[in-house]
Design a binder for this molecule. Sequence first.
Ligand code: SF4
Length: 576
Amino acid sequence: MTEREQVPMDVVFVGAGPANLAAALHLKNQIKLHNEMVEKGLKFGKAVDDLEIAIVEKGPAVGAHILSGAVMDPRAIRELMPDFLGEGCPVDSVVTEDAFWYLTEKKGINSPIIPPPLKNKGKYVVSLSRVCEWLAEKCEAAGVNIFPEFPATEVLYDENDAVIGVRTGDKGIDKDGKRKPNFEPGVDILAKVTVLGEGSRGSLTKQLTARVGLDKDSEAQVFSLGVKELWEVPAGNFPEGKVVHTLGFPSDTRTYGGGWIYGLKNNMVSIGYVTGLDYEDPMIDPHAEFQKFKTHPMVAGVLSGGKMVKYGAKTINTGGWNTMPKLYADGVLLVGECAAFLNGQRIKGIHLAMKSGMLAAETIVTAFEHQDFSSQVLRQFDEKVFNSWIYDELHPVRNFHAAFQSGRWPALVNTGLQFVTGGMAWGFMPKQHHIPGYERMQQLAGRDVSGTFGPTDHVKLERYEDVAFDKNLTFDKVTDVFHAGVSHDEDQPCHLHVLDTEICATRCVEEYGNPCQRFCPAAVYEMEENPKSGRRELKVNFSNCVHCKTCDIADPYQIINWVTPEGGGGPSYNGM
Ligand code: SF4
């Protein structure tokens, strides 16, 4: 039995993303405000002692594992810090021009009308990684303890299933599970309130949800995968502050997808493509969809003569309001994207993540005032969300993504109808609930896909035969992953737990053609000939992993479990 240090805290936040950083800072501010008001007799109640607050983060530094497009709606950050620009928030550019392109295979229409959800003039193009680094500095200045390289691996419970903190990962375990000379056991961080803000498909959120059934009254979550590159382009190719969103090519009409191009300072361009992880064709490869997107003449023109400098991939929760789980249980709150705070129609979540964190912070002040950390008090978080602008924004678009599961054209009709019905569009059409993406993947049913396997030979796929992967405009996964700056110590246990590899070598070959080789955007999964058994078996190149969680989400047999690797390992998205 490993002896572990116990570190007592009042509140522990898991994940240093926008939701938790905003929450921790707001918590410090709200305690001060609450105590001042109580002291002046402006508020009835008791003062709250200053709290010991910890944020644990699996990356080597705050921001290293943070990836987004990103255009930031400043609504939440303005509430958190009215003079956020004066305080040094590192925005890159102000959006000066919006465009919406509908792309066919060779042509495109620059739409004269911008769909209202995609109007971004006056908002800010940011590197979310930089914004988080800056927020972390503000948190530390306010007295918040931030612990990078501390991945939380387990939720700790008391005998009544109330959450009492988290355990962090051991360091110095070799690939066979044995202790190395530098072995250091993880610690138990005990807290009266634990806040999970782990981002999309959080691994602790998954554990907690399964244990206490947080999702029993919500619809199944659906996810999308965003694949992004940062390019430096010749002056004049694409103006700073211009924001383009696209629909159409290369997604087929049964697959949810769309692209973005954002103009940054110094001739930098953020470009990416989102593919719904509820696609039907198991031969789809979201990374290759993005590469194909770049070959469209209108897009290739933007990148012409330029150079790709960074790469990343991240899943997003696109299900929206109807997929939001219960946001609290005894001793715990869920904030940000792991709790579905993302507007899939606007493809925006930073402001919702921050606001959810701020409302969680206000709930925590009440919990400490009453010294009650049970659901009885923490349920106020749910009420605060319901009574906030989060509800006003997300509820009217609650059916947006579900409609895409019927295909692009019914979805666009639905999107239009939402505006006149306040989100009731499905009242006019057959009611449809979200179906988990892994259930929508179709079996090959005898379709011949021979010669199309493997992460590096996906160019042979019929769907992507026009893509050159020339390392100039289009890149194979291995080259792209190199630009994600990924590093993991190879002498550690694999953090991708494939629960039954026999399925991979038998059923999955026949039924789906091993789609993990295609849906993983980092060439982690590979079916390799085993000379001994004479069959192709799964090889997991875990050191390439960019922590996007796609495999945990999209595997049709649900036998891949992503767990945190040793602290500090993973991509390096600083500045992305
Ligand atoms: Fe993403 Fe899974 Fe591939 Fe890692 S192994 S990059 S989490 S799909």
